[in-house]
Unconditional design. Structure first.
Length: 558
């Protein structure tokens, strides 16, 4: 087992190790990740995936991927496919153990019949609104349904007719008969089945009654022989219900353990809200790089390595807390700094003409792909009379301690020459058009015989060889730390969550950049080719993360 910070601090591991020592479950460890296929997975799910898969791997156990597909009104095959891709991308390995709660519909039905026969479940004709009214409140007990004491034979007949499609949606439900005065509302005769004449992504129209999540979830774990059923804290109050079901049925009993879910600052992770952002057109689909979904992060250039590192950084605890999104950015930046080759990209180009350089001359400068890793090799960059630099790297009336280019000031072009600005050219409206400069021919390679130094070093691109591209700069979608506390999400949207730069000029080798391969655009951040919109004719790069923590600036705006 790999020793990590998580190994030391993770209370779940402590429980599992105690269970192994006492031979509980025969010393087995069998975990699962059970998503509902009603949306895309987000960064919060990655914590659960990596925890479950990591525990199984570290203790020589098994890990299942199971879809709790009990609600056909919200579930789609597209979500199933996306979830499988996301879990595989993270590196979790379920081997041949891909399951669905719908695989167990017949067994769940038979168990429901068993409870009816034992007088522990009944068919209720109350409407959904009436059931809520009868259930009571946190301070007031519930009331028994007038249908609670139906004879067993009548319940069996009605339940079979529910399955046969005789009744309309919402007209009847099957409820467990537990305790309407329980202090735990989940035990006040919870609904087990409802009538839904809806086609299921996997079972088609075979069923018109569907199990509720709370009825299917624990029994599915039991069927699969799960030892440690890991859930987030909101399911803690559901555990007594799951225990009641398996105990009444007399079947194998997994152990449920709750841990704190991930709450990330400036981020929303409710699938219901994320779906609304998509449906309302606030974002461009579930994989919009501003979304917290794994598909969006993958498109933006986040790596599974970095997300694993982030999960280890935040650890696993029993107490809910807010995690600063800067921690996630740090993990991404740390990983890309090590693995991303460097490249020159001028995002807001300003033309520079080197007057004392021949018009038809092309020099090639060999530059390292990664200054800290010689194994990444080098690349050759062309240098010509006309270049592009960043517009922000020039100031006509420089401020104090401004060390970039300005009239009469000398700077270094990275890996090439020292240049000095002699003339500023503007259009008739006073807008800056181009700069005329001269280079020191003895400064080739970035140093001079006299050993003089300059403080400013700029990246550059040959105008004749530059490849034009669209560059998208992404930022937090919201401008408040806890967007979930807001009543109107539109009021807290960040107007600068996406800035599109057209006409960026890239070094020529980037024309062949492939989707998924990250680059550090020097002095700009880490970027990746957009997997959705980029084409050979229209190259699009997304900024994955900046070179420094930008969230402090966002917080300062508040």
């Amino acid at each position: 087992m790999t020793e990590t910070n998580e190994t030391v601090s993770n209370f779940v591991r402590n429980i599992i190790e105690e269970d192994i020592a006492s031979s509980k479950f025969g010393g087995r460890v069998h975990t699962r990740f059970p998503p509902e296929p009603n949306g895309y997975l987000h960064i919060g799910h990655s914590k659960a995936i990596l925890l479950n898969d990591g525990l199984a791997e570290d203790y020589g156990g098994k890990f299942n991927l199971r879809f709790d597909d009990t609600n056909p009104t919200k579930e789609e095959q597209a979500y199933i496919d996306a979830i499988i891709e996301d879990v595989r991308w993270l590196g979790a390995d379920w081997e041949d153990r891909l399951f669905y709660a719908s695989d167990y519909f017949e067994q769940l039905y038979e168990w429901a019949v068993q409870l009816i026969k034992e007088g522990k479940a009944y068919v209720d004709d109350l409407s959904a609104e009436e059931i809520r009214e009868y259930r009571g409140t946190l301070t007031e007990p519930g009331r028994n349904s007038p249908y609670r004491d139906r004879p067993v034979a009548e319940n069996l007949d009605l339940f079979e007719r529910m399955r046969d499609g005789e009744f309309p949606d919402g007209s009847r439900v099957l409820r467990a008969k537990i305790d309407m005065s329980s202090s735990n509302i989940n035990l006040r005769d919870p609904v087990m089945y409802r009538i839904l004449h809806e086609e299921h992504p996997r079972t088609g129209d075979r069923w018109c009654i569907y199990p509720m999540y709370d009825w299917a979830h624990g029994q599915s774990d039991s069927i699969e022989g799960i030892t440690h059923s890991l859930c987030t804290l909101e399911f803690e109050d559901h555990r007594p219900l799951y225990d009641w079901f398996v105990e009444q049925l007399g079947i194998y009993h997994p152990q449920q353990i709750e841990f704190a879910r991930l709450k990330l600052s400036y981020t929303l992770m409710s699938k219901r809200v994320l779906r609304k952002l998509v449906e309302d057109g606030i974002v461009d689909g579930w994989d919009d790089p501003r979304m917290p979904t794994l598909a969006a992060y993958r498109r933006r250039g986040y790596t599974p390595r970095a997300i694993r590192q982030f999960s280890e950084m935040i650890g696993v605890s029993k107490a809910n807390s807010m995690v600063d999104v800067a921690m996630l950015e740090h993990a991404i930046r740390d990983d890309l700094n090590e693995h991303a080759p460097r490249a020159f990209a001028v995002l807001d180009p300003l033309k520079v003409v080197i007057d004392n350089y021949p018009e038809d001359k092309v020099e090639w400068f060999e530059l390292p792909n990664h200054p800290g890793d010689e194994s990444m090799g080098t690349r050759a960059l062309p240098f010509t009379r006309e270049l592009y630099i960043e517009r922000e790297d020039f100031m006509e009336d420089p401020l104090r301690n401004y060390y970039r280019l300005s009239p009469g000031q000398e700077v270094r072009l990275y890996g090439a020459y020292y240049i000095t600005c002699d003339e500023v050219v503007k259009d008739e409206d006073g807008n800056l058009v181009e700069l005329h400069c001269r280079l020191d021919p003895e400064s080739r390679g970035g140093s001079t015989p006299d050993g003089r130094r300059v403080k400013g070093t700029l990246h550059w691109v040959s105008a004749a060889h530059a490849h034009e591209a669209e560059v998208r700069l992404y930022d937090t979608l919201f401008v408040v730390e806890d967007p979930g506390a807001s009543d109107d999400l539109r009021e807290i949207l960040n107007p600068e969550s996406l800035v599109v730069l057209n006409g960026a000029m890239l070094e020529p080798g980037l024309a062949e950049a492939e989707v998924g391969n990250p680059y550090q655009f020097m002095r700009q951040g880490y970027f990746v080719v957009d997997s959705k919109d980029s084409t050979p004719e229209r190259l699009v790069f997304n900024r994955t993360v900046s070179l420094r923590d930008t969230w402090a600036k966002v917080r300062n705006k508040q």
